[in-house]
Write a protein that binds this ligand. Structure first.
Ligand code: GLU
Length: 490
């Protein structure tokens, strides 16, 4: 039997970083086993409908580089479906769920419940006061199917509930947690069809996973608690349950569940700041999974080769932004320069540093800066923090130590010699500048720190920075001479 797995997000308007990891682990497992990875949209909760959310989700997953081979995709901005098990959008499958719930009602595995919201609220309150876990008390369990049908036909509001057997151990195996046993005394009679006629997630997920041929349900740990119900629902339908794999939650550095309040959690947020897709994927793969050795940088192919659920931890994985930044910085340095330059441009425009036209006209100049400075970017948006040196007229000395550097006695004469060499150049290339500095060393006898530090400070105002010759070459003859002139002999 070939592996079939799915990512089944609810379209909430953004993809949580934990969702991306779930999708990725599903994808890696499918690829490793020559199986199929599909996308299913779980939008049965119509109260949470968000315009454009499905399209957004498809786009983000495509951007991230976790492509599905079945399910909804975008073609010219429109949703079309790939695969033979569709529709893959739950709101288009309501008829299927209704037919299936009929089966469960007829076989006595489900029942109509007519309890009013008010009754359920009171029940919950009373249970809470008694210190009990709120749960349905089975009030409608014994209404006969015939009588219930009549009440339904008469238009009485109702839901349909799963009829859990009394006092039975439900047992299943999870690839990460091992054997899990839960007694039905702990399990509520789950609502399968809501008053609005829509199925709940718990019904839809079973019907869909069955008809979509899902072999492994790989999802967040928050669903572990619902799995016994699901296992029983499979039994009620007379179907085999798939294998379950529950992934540990993603935690903040303070070991709390990663939440929006403490920073970015949406893949879209990371994308907007200039995290590269492969960096996000590489990092997210490591949150909860660890390879056998200490490797930290992985291409998608390497992840596919090395990934296994055996090495996914039971305890939560910690999301470490510093580590993500380190990984992203690695990919920014490795990527094709063109791609990084293009990726940086929107941040320049947004910050009002350059217009699109200026970027066009000075594209070589901008590319040289990005090439020189990108080793310092954790994110593409950081480009704007490194432009002042190249764009501002005046150089500001960063501190007293910098001032001392340019106030050393030998500096005016030394920089005068250097300036005269630059004057004589047609073009200030890094190589020509390097040679010129060598000559300055020979002629003035200043070397090492005494030579390079005052020069750097005169040009940049700073004690440290990127390759000085490259930087001067980008600044150009005129600017370099102007900056040196502040400190040359008068
Ligand atoms: N729609 C559920 C979610 O968004 C999917 C859970 C599952 O994979 O079964 O978390």
């Amino acid at each position: 039997m070939s592996v079939r797995v799915r990512f089944a997000p609810s379209p909430t308007g953004y993809v949580h970083i934990g969702g991306l990891r779930t999708a990725l682990y599903n994808y890696l497992f499918a690829k490793k086993n020559g199986g199929t990875y599909l996308l299913r949209v779980e939008d049965t909760d119509q109260t949470r409908y968000v315009e454009g959310a499905v399209e957004g989700m498809i786009e983000v997953m495509e951007w991230a580089g976790v492509p599905h081979s079945e399910g909804p995709v975008l073609r010219d901005g429109k949703i079309v479906e790939l695969g033979d098990c569709g529709p893959y959008i739950q709101s288009q499958r309501t008829e299927i769920y209704r037919e299936h719930v009929e089966q469960l009602l007829a076989s006595g595995h489900a029942y109509y419940c007519f309890c009013s919201k008010e009754r359920l609220d009171n029940l919950r309150e009373a249970q809470k006061e008694e210190g009990k876990t709120p749960r349905y008390d089975g009030h409608c369990r014994d209404i006969s199917y015939e009588e219930a049908k009549k009440r339904v036909a008469a238009g009485e509001p109702h839901v349909v509930r799963l009829k859990m057997p009394e006092n039975r151990d439900i047992v299943f195996t999870d690839m990460i947690r091992g054997t899990v046993t839960v007694n039905t005394a702990e399990i509520d009679d789950q609502v399968l069809i809501k008053t609005d006629g829509f199925p709940t997630y718990h019904l839809a997920v079973i019907v869909d996973d069955h008809y979509m041929g899902i072999t492994h349900v790989v999802r967040g740990e928050e669903w572990l608690i619902s799995t016994p119900k699901h296992v029983y629902t499979y039994e009620a339908f007379g179907w085999d349950a798939p294998t379950f794999v529950h992934l540990p939650v993603i935690l903040n550095k303070d070991k709390k569940k990663l939440s929006k309040r403490q920073g970015d959690v949406a893949v879209e947020d990371f994308k907007k700041k200039g995290y590269l897709a492969e960096a996000l994927i590489n990092y997210v793969a490591l949150v909860g999974w660890s390879p056998e050795d200490n490797q930290e940088i992985f291409s998608m192919d390497e992840l596919i080769e090395k990934f296994s659920f055996e090495r996914v931890s039971k305890s939560g994985g910690v999301f470490d932004l510093d580590k993500l930044n380190w990984v992203n910085n690695h990919y920014i340095k490795e990527a094709a320069l063109d791609r990084i330059v293009e990726g940086c441009k929107p941040y320049m425009i947004e910050a009002g540093l350059m217009t699109a036209e200026e970027l066009e006209v000075k594209s070589d100049w901008f590319a040289q800066i990005v090439d020189l400075m990108r080793e310092r970017f954790n994110r593409l948006m950081d480009v704007t923090d490194h432009m002042a040196l190249f764009m501002e007229e005046d150089v500001t000395l960063e501190n007293d130590e910098a001032r001392e550097m340019v106030e050393m006695e030998h500096v005016p004469e030394m920089l005068t010699v250097f300036a005269s060499k630059i004057e004589a150049m047609d073009e200030v290339t890094p190589d020509a500048l390097k040679d010129a500095l060598k000559e300055v060393q020979k002629e003035t006898g200043n070397k090492g720190k005494n030579l390079f530090m005052p020069t750097r400070v005169a040009i940049t105002g700073q004690l440290h920075g990127p390759d000085l010759n490259k930087m001067m070459s980008i600044l150009g003859k005129e600017t370099v001479l102007k900056r040196l002139a502040t400190y040359t002999a008068k």
